[in-house]
Design a protein around this ligand. Structure first.
Ligand SMILES: Cc1cc2nc3c(=O)[nH]c(=O)nc-3n(C[C@H](O)[C@H](O)[C@H](O)COP(=O)(O)O)c2cc1C
Length: 368
């Protein structure tokens, strides 16, 4: 377990997740593939938040080195994010326990046996859900904290907005609930706490910081996105709804016919073959099937689109030749502060907002 002295002083923002996760503020930096690296996570945990390392996109031979790097950058607790269908899922589980990480987050999650193993090792299970029934199922399986991601959130996302999903889940489960999807400032944190949430989790806001590894040319596209309706969910990349900034590349993917989609998917499967394990013969068989059956068979190949097209933008800095996963909240963000500045500003503003609301309530009470 990462050992560090607990933060002293329990202020108005202190919630159960601060004790569980060992952070000063109830502010979580969620995992983002190729974005939530050791540096970003360490910056978050050092500034009093709680960061998750995105392990689903780190190669098996790099994973332990990245965890060790993170441990060298912070003494504060942090977590790791993965999904059970990644090829090295077992390695992530073993390294999480070996290195005593504080928490795991996941979407399509581990089974009850694996969750029991985490819990026995003192690792908190903190799945992200986009629907009420998934929250209930996750708690049944043993989740300690639930992150609720409303439809406006970035990356793969559901269809229910945060303002509806959050109260549904709060009413249905007894574990602490963290609100995600659309948060970026102190008002949001104060609002989430007023709903009854135990904190907020943010992806896009952390992507748009000074410590973000995303190249400047790509960050510029996020800064320029000013219309939330143009940060929209599309199934064109890998067949599952994923929220992205509208760009000409996405439009081409959506408007292209079967042959175009097949060509893009084949190109991605070829580039990503080391990870998908797909042989040339399998690719060709799937391609022939796709030409006969249409979209359902292309889906298999499309799984490789997301990593290839996201990397082009987020790692190689070629935003016009790839896709830009983002929450709608990018439209409200016009700066790239350091993580420490961001967390301090959110905490200060949330505290001021909560105090202003209670002062106003007190004033109303005494006036009546
Ligand atoms: C660029 C990007 C990559 C993401 N990658 C992952 C991922 O690898 N695993 C995951 O569970 N969620 C991923 N997400 C979702 C975020 O972890 C988070 O739940 C979401 O961004 C919250 O909504 P917000 O962007 O409005 O803050 C990603 C989101 C973005 C914007």
């Amino acid at each position: 377990m990462n050992q560090a002295a607990p933060f002293i002083g329990k202020g108005i923002l202190h919630t159960p997740i601060c004790d569980l996760l060992g952070c000063r503020y109830p502010i979580v930096q969620t995992a983002m593939g190729w974005v939530a690296d050791a540096r970003l996570v360490a910056a978050t945990s050092n500034a009093g938040g709680f960061g998750f390392l995105a392990a689903a996109t780190i190669t098996a031979d790099q994973l332990e080195a990245e965890i060790l790097k993170l441990k060298s950058l912070t003494e504060r607790p942090f977590g790791i994010n993965f999904h059970m269908f990644q090829p090295n899922a077992q390695q992530v589980i073993d390294l999480t326990i070996k290195h005593g990480l504080r928490a795991v987050s996941y979407g399509r999650g581990p089974d009850a046996k694996t969750i029991a193993r985490f819990k026995q090792a003192g690792v908190l299970c903190m799945p992200t859900v986009g629907a009420l029934k998934h929250a209930q199922k996750a708690v049944e399986l043993g989740a300690d904290i639930i992150t609720v991601q409303g439809a406006e959130g970035g990356g793969h996302t559901g269809s229910v907005p945060t303002t509806l999903l959050l109260p549904q889940v709060l009413d249905a489960v007894k574990v602490p609930v963290v609100a995600a999807g659309g948060f970026y400032n102190g008002r949001g944190l104060a609002g989430a706490l007023a709903f009854g949430a135990a904190g907020i989790a943010m992806g896009t806001r952390f992507l748009m910081t000074a410590e973000s590894p995303v190249p400047r040319a790509t960050l510029q596209k996020y800064l320029e996105a000013k219309d939330p309706s143009r940060i929209r969910a599309s199934t064109a990349v890998d067949g599952m709804p994923q929220r992205m900034i509208d760009n000409p590349y996405l439009l081409r993917l959506e408007s292209g016919g079967l042959l175009h989609r097949l060509a893009v998917a084949l190109g991605s499967a070829w580039r990503w073959r080391a990870h998908t394990g797909m042989s040339i013969a399998q690719m060709l068989r799937t391609a022939v099937k796709a030409l006969g059956e249409g979209d359902s068979a292309i889906q298999t190949l499309m799984a490789a689109n997301a990593p290839v097209l996201i990397q082009r933008a987020m790692v190689e800095g070629r935003p016009d030749e790839g896709v830009l996963p983002s929450g709608q909240v990018a439209a409200n963000i016009d700066s790239l502060p350091t993580v420490a500045e961001l967390i301090a500003a959110i905490a200060d503003a949330a505290e001021a907002r909560l105090r202003a609301v209670s002062a106003a309530a007190l004033h109303t009470e005494t006036a009546v």
